[in-house]
Write a protein that binds this ligand. Structure first.
Ligand code: ATP
Ligand code: MG
Length: 381
């Protein structure tokens, strides 16, 4: 049965051809897999890397359905896809991982939160509101975090409402209105489950925020959680994939609050930004793990071979146009520095243009190296 996978007679499709798709392709080469990719952008990071690259909308029923018709297995690298088409393909016998019903539940932060409640997954208290008028009624409970049910990404669908004045920019659409968590740490964990029910969890990562701007500056792994906290994280992540009967890789974003409780913030049903470092620092990368999971192969060891940090290379503010990566040679002189450029032709302010993994055992030196890379390697135009 395994042999089948290593011959190129299995057609695997990925919805989305961005950097996550690109790193999935990198892992797919090792297993000699035949990958097809659909992305709306003809210049997408995957566009030149497989002959089976198709340009088309990920949210259009016919486009997604036609893309999937001749494939055996379909997976995603972005959750904003047409689930109706995936459900039709599934009903016709295609293997879709993760399941369309799960993608649908996660696509909408309202149904995602409700799923947490139904399944007793710890999460910040919330209310679902349909429009701005319903938000207005909650004004005496401010500060609250308002999250757009559908269509938000990279923090763009999230507002903190502190006072009446903030109502002016409250979303007038179905949203989650959530208690402000007193955050001690933001953490994430990557978990995989295959069809046989085997589960593997990567060590937790910690996000470090910029002291003044509200942006993640870098991530590091393994985290500095206590053994107890790490156990709790692993048990929550395991429970989630079991309860969903999930297949593939999933990232679980969580908060450790000031009282020491772990709360689930949100799920990502795909490889995730907080798992890039696994390519260099863990026995198996999140990308290979995802492929193993969707092919129902034995999952790989998640053992950390190195302590590491991951720094996103974002387009510098004020620069827009054909990309230039400045300072690459100097950054590479630092031991343990491994950049990854996404092949996006154009940069714009804060666009994710690449990342750098930094391998370093000593925590203080690791932080120094992160700062040095941040100052040296810049994405300009
Ligand atoms: N209940 C909360 N209390 C305090 N801060 C919160 C809360 N919910 C979210 N945040 C902050 O807002 C950030 C973005 O929220 P969330 O992850 O839900 O949105 P997102 O649009 O999916 O972002 P991303 O794509 O970056 O993950 C979180 O990383 C956290 O810093
Ligand atoms: Mg998030």
């Amino acid at each position: 049965m395994y042999n089948k996978y290593f011959y190129r007679d299995l057609q695997i499709g990925i919805l989305g051809g961005g950097q996550l798709g690109r790193m999935l392709l990198q892992a797919a080469i090792d297993f000699n897999l035949n990958i097809h990719i659909l992305d709306p952008d003809s210049q997408a990071p995957c566009s030149a890397l497989t002959k089976n690259f198709q340009v088309g909308s990920l949210t259009d029923f016919d486009t997604v359905y036609r893309f999937g018709e001749d494939l055996d297995i379909i997976t995603i690298e972005i959750e904003n896809v047409n689930v109706d088409a995936l459900e039709k393909l599934e009903s016709e016998g295609k293997k879709i991982y993760p399941a369309p019903a799960t993608i649908r539940m996660i696509q909408d932060k309202c149904t995602q939160k409700q799923w947490f409640t139904q399944h007793k997954i710890p999460t910040a208290p919330y209310r679902i509101t349909q429009n701005r008028n319903e938000v207005v009624r909650e004004v005496n409970r401010f500060p609250l975090v308002q999250k757009l049910g559908k269509g938000g990404y990279d923090g763009k669908g999230v507002h903190i409402l502190k006072s009446i004045g903030d109502l002016a920019y409250a979303f007038d659409a179905p949203s989650v209105l959530e208690t402000c968590v007193e955050i001690q740490k933001e953490i994430a964990v990557i978990v995989a489950r295959n069809l046989s029910g085997e589960i593997a969890v990567f060590p937790t990562i910690e996000m470090v925020f910029h002291p003044t701007e509200n942006l993640v500056e870098y991530l590091f792994s393994p985290s500095e959680l206590s053994e107890e906290e790490e156990k709790r994280v692993v048990s929550i992540a395991t429970e989630i994939v079991k309860k969903l009967g999930y297949i593939g890789i999933m990232a679980v974003e969580m908060f450790l609050d000031k009282k020491g409780e772990i709360l689930v913030n949100e799920l990502a049903p795909r490889p995730h930004n907080s798992g890039h470092h696994t390519i260099r620092s863990n026995a198996t990368s999140q990308y290979e793990q995802h492929l193993r999971a969707i092919l129902n192969l034995p999952l790989g060891s998640t053992h950390p071979l190195h302590a590491s940090a991951m720094l996103n290379l974002l387009g510098e503010p004020k620069y827009q146009g054909a990309v230039i990566y400045q300072g690459v040679e100097d950054a590479l002189k630092i031991e343990g520095v491994y950049p990854h450029f996404y092949g996006k032709t154009h940069t714009k302010p804060f666009r994710k243009m690449g990342h750098v993994t930094i391998l370093e055992k000593d925590k203080d030196t690791l932080i120094q190296k992160v700062k040095a890379v941040k100052e040296t390697l810049r994405v300009i135009a």
